[in-house]
Design a protein around this ligand. Structure first.
Ligand code: NAD
Ligand code: MG
Length: 415
């Protein structure tokens, strides 16, 4: 039953959040499509005007972007690969939707007036547009962890200057955001992020040497893009998430921890001074943290799976194995080192993961390339955290070049 702008079931308190104009950067990816699922659900349940869209952007997938645009009616769509502009324009002919192309246009889309920007581009490619959104004070629903790992200080400064808000979408950080008592930060003893352990949680190190990209992207609990799936298999993902938590919540590295919980039902635990440990539970479905971000500070309905504890039966916990998963150890070292180490870590990891997916290096080569790159920079850098976007991009590309050198050497040895 409809009553004016939204369905009556929405309740008056939801009207301001349902009226939010939203831009989705990376709408064709795993997080992007899940975001549109949540928006579609909101339009079906609360009324067709829920979450009007400003912009949708993608890298190459013209077909999916055009069909999303025809259904969801954004004002503008952007394809980052400019050679595909005409194809996108043809696919949207007669729709009245503006078509832009190129990396600069993705940034422009983030700058257009929307209350909220969902940052769901993968990797450091998401950095400039996400920063543009943060700088103009938009609410940023942040899935792209690489950008805050690479440019933590820059984001901290942008958020402070613009008084914008970053709402985490990464499930562990969304959970932490919901559990943290920001009025009593002195009473927070520890944030513990849970890790599923990935597809090789129980594998001996020798067996991991022969892991193929197909095996690495087959995650037991989550269906995700290729890059984050490989990061989950090496546990680099959890290392990046420790750094992400440090940037987002300002807690010292000593107060950040990881526990392996294979069922991915508890996403984060927050320990308080009085001995209380608060946990956040949900089915492993990204539509829950996405809906939390879209609706914040209220709660909206979502098409996420519901949690059935009786069906689950039991939950298990174990410490991570830093020997079999050296990426987690390396990332932890970077968390403690601070300065420019996280930027180098992220860039080297992006290069190494891409090389692994292209079968140029083996699975165990990922940690080796990242470690070699960090070692090469220990002698070269001043250790300061890059303070501007330009500084981050310069260090990011220097680290990528170094990592590519090591990747070339490793590929040469293997040939
Ligand atoms: P994905 O590979 O499925 O999608 C990536 C999106 O970014 C696509 O829309 C693609 O078109 C776009 N894109 C890629 N390269 C681009 C470029 N150079 N310029 C502009 N656009 C580009 O990735 P995903 O799994 O959806 O992950 C997105 C981000 O969210 C990552 O940073 C990831 O770490 C984070 N994240 C994902 C999940 C998950 O469940 N998938 C969970 C937590 C966090
Ligand atoms: Mg996560």
């Amino acid at each position: 039953m409809k009553n004016g702008f939204f369905a009556t079931g929405a309740g008056i308190h939801l009207l301001p959040v349902l009226g939010r104009r939203v831009s989705v950067l990376g709408s064709t990816g795993s997080i992007g499509t899940a975001t549109l699922d949540v928006i579609r659900f909101a339009r079906e349940h609360y009324g067709p005007n829920a979450f009007p869209l400003q912009a949708l952007t993608a890298q190459k997938n013209v077909g999916l972007l055009a069909s999303q645009a025809r259904e969801m009616r954004p004002e503008v769509v952007v394809i980052a690969d400019s050679s595909l502009k005409q194809a996108l324009a043809d696919a949207l002919a007669g729709s009245g939707i503006e078509v832009l192309a190129g990396n600069e246009a993705v940034i422009e889309a983030a700058q257009r007036p929307s209350e909220m920007v969902v940052s769901a581009i993968v990797g450091a490619a998401g950095l400039a547009p996400t920063l543009a959104a943060a700088k103009r004070g938009a609410i940023v629903a942040l899935a792209n962890k690489e950008c805050v790992v690479a440019a933590g200080e820059v984001f901290r400064q942008a958020a402070a200057d613009s008084r914008g808000v970053l709402i985490p979408v990464d499930s562990e950080h969304s959970a932490a955001f919901q559990l943290l008592d920001f009025a009593q930060t002195q009473a927070i003893e520890k944030i513990t992020l849970t890790a599923s352990g990935g597809p090789f949680r129980t594998w001996p190190a020798e067996r991991m040497a022969a892991v193929t990209p197909e095996q690495a992207v087959r995650h037991p609990n989550w269906s995700m893009g290729a890059k984050i799936s490989v990061d989950s298999a090496t546990l680099m993902n959890k290392g990046l998430e420790l750094i992400e938590a440090h940037v987002l919540f300002g807690l010292s590295p000593q107060k950040l921890d990881v526990i392996v919980h294979a069922q991915s039902v508890i996403h984060c635990l927050v320990s308080y001074a009085d001995g209380s440990v608060l946990a956040h539970l949900s089915a492993p479905d990204m539509k829950t943290p996405i809906a939390h971000a879209l609706g914040w500070p209220h709660r909206i309905g979502s098409p996420a799976r519901t949690l059935n504890l009786a069906e689950l039966g039991q939950m298990t916990f174990e410490d991570p194995d830093y020997d079999r998963f050296p990426c987690l150890r390396i990332a932890r070292t970077c968390l403690h080192a601070g300065g420019d180490a996280p930027t180098i870590l992220n860039a080297a990891n992006e290069v190494a993961v891409e090389s692994f997916l292209n079968r140029r290096i083996g699975f165990l080569g990922i940690a080796q390339i990242v470690e070699q790159t960090l070692e090469a920079f220990e002698r070269l850098s001043n250790g300061q955290a890059p303070a501007t976007l330009e500084d981050v991009l310069e260090l990011d590309s220097a680290a990528r070049a170094k990592a590519r050198e090591f990747t070339g050497q490793a590929a040469g040895r293997a040939a």
